[in-house]
Design a protein around this ligand. Sequence first.
Ligand code: S3P
Length: 751
Amino acid sequence: MSDSSAVVTPLQSATPKLGRLVVVGLGLIGGSFAKGLRELGLFQEVVGVDLDAESRRLAVELGVVDRCETDLAVACQGAAVIQMAVPILAMEKLLGELAKLDLGDAVVTDVGSAKGNVVRAARLAFADRSVRFVPGHPIAGSEQSGVEAANIELFRRHKVVLTPSEQSDDAALALIDSLWRELGADVEHMAVEHHDQVLAATSHLPHLLAFTLVDSLAKRSENLEIFRYAAGGFRDFTRIAGSDPVMWHDIFLANREAVLRTLDVFRDDLDALRDAVDAGDGHQLLGVFTRARVAREHFGKILARRAYVDAMHSNDLIFLANPGGKLSGRIRVPGDKSISHRSIMLGSLAEGVTEVEGFLEGEDALATIQAFRDMGVVIEGPHHGRVTVHGVGLRGLKAPPGPIYLGNSGTSMRLLSGLLAAQSFDTTLTGDASLSKRPMNRVAKPLRAMGAIIETGPEGRPPLTVRAGGILGGMTYEMPMASAQVKSCMLLAGLYAAGSTTVIEPAPTRDHTERMLRGFGYPVTVEGNSATVESGHKLIGTHIEVPADISSAAFFLVAGSIAENSELLLEHVGVNPTRTGVIDILRLMGGDITLENEREVGGEPVADIRVRSAKLKGINIPEDLVPLAIDEFPVLFIAASVAEGRTVLRGAEELRVKESDRIQVMADGLITLGVKAEPTPDGIIIEGGSIGGGEVWAHGDHRIAMAFSVASLRATAPIRIHDCANVATSFPNFLALSAQVGLRVSEEGKA
Ligand code: S3P
């Protein structure tokens, strides 16, 4: 049986009652299981078995069971289900006793927190007698113990892991699965070995460490005194040393092999840390601590999201956009996403330290940071947009411990594939559901032509595996589509390829890679529509100031244009001419947009942008502006929807392979809101008019979610926008800034 969550229909209350449930061992877990199922009325009777007379008496008195038996054989005669809830080391003996009985059709299950030993003992006890045994482990507990603490809510929204084998009886498995689900648990199925290894790492090792730390300090009598000075850190780290010693002694004996494996790995890491302290190797210490901190924050988010999902019973983040609003004020939108990604990539490959300011603390750019941390680069921050990258040089990356997960970020995956093509280790790049659908052949094919060894999933989709051993030779590549990601990927591979690498683009695309390479002291030759790099040079750490992202500013450029009597100032926005198509298009439509205080910061042009309300008119969007406004079309479609007359977009088939199919998804939403929109293979035709209210879907695409938020300014009724969580990939404070300037958009349920 492989790791998977089987889909099992929970028992319906209308199901005829099962016969007898026998729970052997009336502690907290056994008692809670018995009491919960008894209250659900799924069994004709619930019978308890326990060696302790007081526990038996209490179990009946507290309604945990219908009655108790002292004799196991009598209790189990004709039972439907037998739950073994005894301490883990007592399982073997209990299984031996059960093996002597005629269990008929009974399904036997257990709650032991290590599974290998129980499964082995069951195999020995029952030999080849067919017994329907389903091993289980509820990952739930409480500081309290004993049957008096039995609680029917104990398992609600907790994981229960079942570890069936290939031979397990399907009906028995389905029954036990359903019983736990009836108690509110999230049931998963896992191989025995996997379960024991996971638990050894996440539960058993931390307990071992807490017990030893406290003992090691306490047993030196002079140290007893130091507890008086111990504060929060000691208390938090050692809380679990207060757990039941007998139970934990049992667990370590039962899960010996897996615990030893985990402990050996940990001991090596601890030794390495000891050496680092000994050698005064601050770099190594910083590496471990920064990686650990991010991992801990990530875990915290998983817990928070679980709580959030629990509260909402869904993971659909909905924006509620109320109609109307007059905009005013001055704001600085977050840092440029494209430049933020590149600052980490080039900073990591540079020699020396790179200081970044204005970094976008959105999920996409954070995924790039995590990727380089996984490859051994020490990166401090981000903290208020500041990041310090301790570059390792072009040859200094190390093999990551596992696949690199890039979330929603296409830029991370495509650019990384280029710079990984010449490394001496294999790397697998994966992503979320949206990224997993995006085309990667556009980078895999030309990289292969350079000599890289790359595998993709079916139809050229992720995951992407970039193998060691590719020997790259420079080439001239004429891109079939205008893509800055493909261009950057090839230039990054070119840093490692013999000779020179030239990329020719069919139309100008953003040139941040070229500019930033030069900022790091790496020569790049740009002639007309071609860019060339040669290997053999190096990057030197530098200082990077990331301007505000014009793609995020775009939402407010359209908002300020379409809202009545409005004026906004957007500060310190990057106005690189390869990115300003949105300004040109809005001006062609009649927009009132002016650039002020134009300057150059770290090789990138920057300005403050003023936008005032304007009466927009529909236009034929010039095709040469398409690559220069490629990310801004969702919100430009909103401008077109309220403009006077028809807007036609052509030559933009690339929009169909962005975070979503932006032509179809926008057309669907606009039509729902009463706009006349007609998608075409490479664009859209929109008849300007008015926007109504309704329910639209962002399909996990951040820019669609924000575009429909802006639409509310001219909508006649509220717009509910589903699936907005990915706004955090590029614009984490979108709702706060929107509210600050006068948009009426909020997260549903939090208004
Ligand atoms: C980007 C390039 C563009 C753009 C993306 C970021 C980059 O993608 O849509 O959001 O940072 O290089 P394409 O290269 O696919 O056009």
